[in-house]
Design a protein around this ligand. Structure first.
Ligand SMILES: [Fe+2]
Length: 370
C-alpha cells in the first residue's frame, strides 16, 4: 500500500478543502452515522457545497453491525450520483460500510457481492475516525452481516488513502466510550506485538503505539487537546500493527462477552487480555511461534519495556491496575455462560496466538475474567 496521507485538522478545515480541490473531486459520497451532528466537522460539510462548489451526497442509512443490504443501497446511491470520492466519518461501522461500498462500487450489481472475487479499485477513500480506538482507518478489514452471519471483507485497496486526525471529535465522546476505545487500541498494540504473524515493522508500530498511549492516557482522559491528538495517532499506529498481524486470543475471546453482556468492545478486550497475558507468561513452554520460547520471552520483555516496566510480570500488573483505575462495572455471569463463551471462540484467531490454548484453558480463563 502507498503511504497513508495524514492530515491534521485545523480550526476551519482548510486542509479538507485543499484535499478535495487538489484532487479535482466534484461529488463527495459522505458516509456517516447520526453522531456527526455533535461534531464541529458537521458545520464544515453543511457549508462546503456553497463555499467550494462541490456536491455532497450523504449516506447514513445503516446501523451499528451494518447489514450487507445497507451496503448495497450505498453502492447504488454512489453509482447513481456519480461520486468520485468517499469520505467516511465514524468509528467502526461507518468505516466498514464505506470500505465495502468502495470495494463493491466497480463489481457486478447483478450478483451478490459477497460471492464475487474482489478486484481492487482506485476510488479514493478518505477517513475521519471519531474514536481513538478501532484503528479501522488503517486496516484492510471490514465486517458486515448477511443473513445474521458475520462476514469479513478484506482487501488492501480498502485501506483509506488519507486520514483526517481531528482531535475535537473526542471532546464530546461519552466517558465510557472514550476509556473503552483507548483500551481497544492498547490491546491491539499488545496482541499484535506477540502475534505469531509479527514482523519487525509491525513490532515497531506496536512499540510506538504502546509508548504513546501510556504517556498520554492522563491527558487524554482529562480531555486535553494534546492527549486527544496523540491518542488518535496511537490508535492509527496500533491499527497499522494489526493490519499486518491481525489480533490474537484476547480479541477472539472478547467478542462473545460484548454480545452477551452489552459492554463496550475495548472494555471486554481489556478484561480478556489481562488474564490471558498472565497465563501466557507462565506457559511459554506451550509456545507455538516458530521463533521459539526464548524469542517469546524476549517479546514479553520488550512489551514490558514499552510500558515502562523492568520485568514482564510488572507490565501485566501495570495493565491490570490501569484497567481497574477506569472504574468499569463488570458484567454478572449466569450459570452456563462459561460453556457458551468458551464454545464461541474463533479457532482461527487462536492460531495467531503464540501460546497454545485449548478449550479447557479458555474456559478456565473465562472464569478468571468474569
Ligand atoms: Fe479491537
Amino acid at each position: 500500500m502507498d503511504q497513508q496521507e495524514i492530515l491534521i485538522a485545523s480550526e476551519n478545515y482548510k486542509e479538507v478543502d485543499d484535499y478535495i480541490l487538489k484532487n479535482g473531486f466534484k461529488t463527495v459520497f459522505l458516509v456517516c452515522d447520526g453522531s456527526i451532528s455533535y461534531l464541529r466537522l458537521n458545520r464544515y460539510f453543511e457549508t462546503v457545497e456553497e463555499r467550494i462548489g462541490i456536491r455532497i451526497i450523504k449516506f447514513s442509512d445503516f446501523q451499528p453491525n451494518p447489514l450487507y443490504e445497507s451496503v448495497v443501497k450505498g453502492v447504488e446511491l454512489f453509482r447513481e450520483k456519480c461520486c468520485d470520492v468517499i469520505i467516511a466519518i465514524g468509528g467502526g461501522s461507518a468505516m466498514d460500510v464505506a470500505k465495502c461500498i468502495k470495494l463493491y462500487s466497480n463489481m457486478n450489481p447483478e450478483i451478490n457481492y459477497l460471492e464475487q472475487r474482489i478486484v481492487s479499485n482506485d476510488v479514493p477513500l478518505f477517513a475521519v475516525p471519531t474514536t481513538a480506538g478501532t484503528g479501522s482507518e488503517a486496516t484492510r478489514y471490514a465486517v458486515i452481516y448477511y443473513n445474521g452471519e458475520k462476514q469479513s471483507v478484506t482487501d488492501y485497496s480498502c485501506i483509506p488513502s488519507a486520514v483526517l486526525m481531528d482531535s475535537s471529535v473526542l471532546k464530546t465522546l461519552p466517558e465510557y466510550q472514550k476509556k473503552a476505545t483507548m483500551l481497544d487500541a492498547l490491546c491491539h498494540a499488545i496482541e499484535s506485538y506477540w502475534s505469531v504473524n509479527s514482523t519487525e515493522e509491525s513490532k515497531c508500530y506496536s512499540q510506538e503505539a504502546i509508548h504513546i498511549i501510556m504517556n498520554n492516557k492522563d491527558s487524554y482522559l482529562a480531555n486535553q487537546d494534546e492527549g486527544n491528538a496523540n491518542m488518535l495517532r496511537a490508535a492509527n499506529i496500533a491499527g497499522k500493527a494489526i493490519n499486518i498481524t491481525q489480533t490474537t486470543a484476547g480479541h477472539a475471546m472478547c467478542y462473545k462477552i460484548t454480545s452477551l453482556y452489552g459492554i463496550a468492545h475495548g472494555h471486554a478486550a481489556a478484561l480478556c487480555l489481562s488474564k490471558l497475558w498472565a497465563y501466557m507468561l507462565d506457559n511459554t513452554d506451550k509456545c507455538i511461534d516458530v521463533r521459539g520460547e526464548e524469542y517469546m520471552n524476549s517479546v514479553f520483555k520488550d512489551i514490558a519495556s514499552s510500558m515502562g516496566c523492568e520485568d514482564k510480570y510488572k507490565a501485566v500488573k501495570k495493565f491490570c491496575e490501569f484497567v481497574d483505575s477506569l472504574n468499569f462495572t463488570n458484567p454478572k455471569v449466569n450459570i452456563g455462560d462459561y460453556e457458551r463463551l468458551s464454545s464461541s471462540v474463533n479457532i482461527d484467531r487462536l492460531k495467531n496466538n503464540p501460546i497454545a490454548l485449548d478449550y479447557d484453558t479458555i474456559k478456565m480463563l473465562y472464569k478468571q475474567i468474569l
